[in-house]
Design a protein. Structure first.
Length: 269
């Protein structure tokens, strides 16, 4: 079985794929200094509830945009599952060219989304990922990664508005019933939600205009279903697209060699 780890700025997602489907998907808050043993105790309990033993895991893959978290996640794979993880970075075999000025600077999550989206939906397409940042990633008809755009995430925007304006409260995210707000909170909710819908539609239209071709638009991330309610631009909603990208990347690359001193099977009982 394959252990999949997607470490973002806000949450880390752990999942196990048995070759046919994901047996379990679990999320925890990203805390870069959390140790491998802390992760191990927490994850082993979840695996046990799903009927998976540590020795069932024979491969692992990590995608992260938080460099400080990588050390402990790699130790987790080595010490608790006795497997050397494949780390998603520009230098591994993606199966497509990365047509940017500096490929090594492209976030792993953006390349993983591009890989999974082209595999499932075929290009040309744009992936809109609603995370800590809202990213737009463009894939051509042959699957090549062309680049994209990065905007502040919706939660960052809400927090910035609250912090910078003394009389504006912190609000929750939701789709307002009306664009015209009748009070401060409803006006903020409208401006935030429909402002983001306008951002989505406007950027997709500009990307299509620059490429002179229509694009499939794939939405991913936790807030994808919410924002898909406000626009007809999206071809598909795929909240776990990054996990699929990690699975596909692991299948494309050889299993890394486990360093000396790590047994293939460790019994934690």
């Amino acid at each position: 079985m394959l252990l999949v780890i997607d470490a973002g700025n806000t949450n880390i997602v752990f999942a196990v794929h048995d070759g046919a489907s994901f047996r379990g998907i679990w999320r925890t808050q990203t805390q870069p200094q959390r140790t491998s043993d802390e992760y191990g105790v927490w994850l082993e309990a979840l695996l046990q509830r799903t009927g998976i033993a540590p020795f069932d895991i024979n491969r692992a893959v990590i995608g992260t945009v938080v460099p400080a978290a990588l050390y402990h996640l790699r130790r987790l794979c080595r010490d608790w599952f006795a497997t050397e993880p494949l780390v998603a970075r520009a230098s591994v075999n993606w199966g497509f060219p990365i047509k940017t000025d500096t490929p090594e600077e492209v976030g792993a999550d953006r390349l993983l989304n591009a890989l999974a989206a082209h595999d499932k939906y075929r290009g040309p397409l744009v992936v809109v990922d609603f995370g800590t940042a809202t990213t737009f990633d463009v894939v051509d008809a042959d699957g090549a990664y062309l680049g994209g755009a990065i905007s502040p995430g919706i939660n960052l925007s809400i927090e910035a508005l609250h912090q910078a304006a003394a009389r504006l409260p912190r609000i929750g995210i939701g789709r307002p019933k009306s664009v015209i707000g009748k009070g401060t909170v409803s006006a903020m909710q409208s401006g935030t939600y429909y402002g983001y819908v306008g951002l989505i539609e406007g950027l997709i239209a500009r990307i299509e205009g620059e490429l002179a071709t229509p694009l499939k638009a794939i939405a991913t991330g936790g807030l994808a279903p919410l924002f898909s309610e406000g626009t007809s631009k999206f071809t598909a909603i795929d909240p776990d697209l990054t996990l699929d990208g990690l699975r596909l990347l692991a299948a494309r690359n050889p299993v890394p060699t486990l360093p000396r001193g790590h047994a293939r099977f460790i019994d934690h009982d």
